[in-house]
Design a protein around this ligand. Structure first.
Ligand code: CP
Length: 376
């Protein structure tokens, strides 16, 4: 991707600044932090696949192909292993993070990702500080952002907000959560955690008997993170034995998810009995907070897990967070805790996405050169 002398000096920079990782679990914790290199050592990143994302809006989980998700996760694993600043991948690029709804993780991990890639960020942490307070439309706000930035990362309480801003926005929009709609980059973070845990998920499926049984404790029709996780799961159907959705609702999907499941050729079941299914699950995805109507509400909060819950020894738990008491802190130091790895890894998967959307993949040297020097 770059000439060899340039590559050499960058390689030196990497050696001198060997991996820094502040995301190891505290001493005494058995929480899982899977080793990222398992994803790319024998399975190099296919940059051509990632270039398909250049200039694209990122609006929903189902817009990705299986290969795109796998390659994004592999690049994210590389980015987690190397010190990336010597390459200045987003030098000269500006993001607007426009959050019209509260966030701890999504805004700050996007901003961290952007800054660590040497880009600059215009941060709107509270939409009420924009012209929206005077009644300005999202369409007009979008027209302004065209001149101020190279990408817009937006969260909004209104499910229809992406369509509204896209009336005039001509730079890429990344949907960071829209009402009861979707949260596609959360799904990328979810599956990145799972692919690091089980790297064979990034390989074309070979018949074997280790297909995953996935349980979802939540209501995809009303909870955007749960919905995007489920829709991205459809891309991995070859690797999945069954999806069990455990919800308080008799119909937890809504019309569009039902339609997609109908065509997905994946085995799934709906239940309201968590104890019946928990002992057979390999992956448990849970959530309880949803923005419904005009306020946060709790759904499926009666499905609570703690360190005494009858989980398989090898089972892992994912949770997009924030949590209430459905995910007890007694699980934090157990081998079931993949949820902190899921949250921490979000920086790297968002870096991989930003570099792809903004057309900056060529700033990295050949992955073959990066690969061997960063293995522990
Ligand atoms: N997972 C997630 O979307 O978290 P935040 O609401 O804190 O951004």
């Amino acid at each position: 991707m770059t000439d060899s002398s340039n590559n050499h000096s960058k390689a030196e920079a990497i050696r001198k600044n060997q991996i820094t990782s502040n995301i190891e679990p505290p001493e005494g914790s058995e929480a899982i932090r899977p080793e990222p290199s398992g994803l790319f050592v024998d399975n190099p990143v296919d940059v051509a696949v990632l270039k398909q994302l250049e200039g694209k809006h990122i609006l929903e989980a189902g817009q990705f192909s299986y290969q795109q998700v796998a390659e994004l996760c592999k690049l994210a694993a590389v980015l987690e292993k190397i010190e990336v600043w010597p390459y200045h991948p987003l030098d000269g690029k500006i993001a607007v993070t426009a959050f019209f709804e509260a966030s701890t993780r999504t805004r700050t991990s996007f901003e961290s990702a952007f800054y660590r890639l040497d880009g600059k960020v215009i941060s709107i942490a509270d939409g009420s500080t924009t012209g929206q307070a005077k009644g300005e439309s999202l369409a007009d706000i979008g027209e302004m952002f065209n001149a101020y930035a190279d990408v817009v990362i937006m969260r909004h309480t209104d499910t229809n907000s992406p369509q509204q801003i896209l009336e005039n926005l001509r730079i890429p929009l990344i949907n960071a959560g829209n009402g009861t709609g979707e949260h596609p980059t959360q799904a990328l973070a979810d599956w990145f955690a799972l692919l690091k845990w089980r790297p064979q998920l990034a390989e074309v499926y070979q018949p074997r008997d280790d297909k995953l049984n996935i349980g979802i404790l939540g209501t995809p029709g009303s909870m955007r993170a749960v919905k995007s996780f489920l829709l991205m799961a459809l891309l991995f159907k070859e690797h999945i034995g069954k999806v069990t959705v455990i919800s308080e609702m008799a119909d937890p999907f809504g019309a569009d998810v039902t339609e997609q499941l109908k065509h997905a050729d994946i085995e799934y079941e709906v239940s309201n009995d968590v104890r019946e299914h928990l002992p057979s699950l390999d992956v448990v995805y849970m959530n309880s907070i949803a923005f419904l109507g005009d306020a946060y509400k709790t759904m499926d909060g009666r499905y609570k897990l703690n360190a005494e819950s009858p989980l398989k020894d090898s089972a892992v738990i994912l949770h997009p967070l924030a949590r209430l008491d459905e995910l007890d802190t007694s699980l934090d130091k157990t081998q079931h805790n993949l949820y902190f790895s899921q949250a921490h890894g979000a920086v790297f998967i968002r870096q991989a996405l930003l570099m792809s959307v903004l057309g900056r993949l060529d700033t990295l040297p050949d992955f073959d050169e990066i690969k061997p020097m960063n293995l522990k």
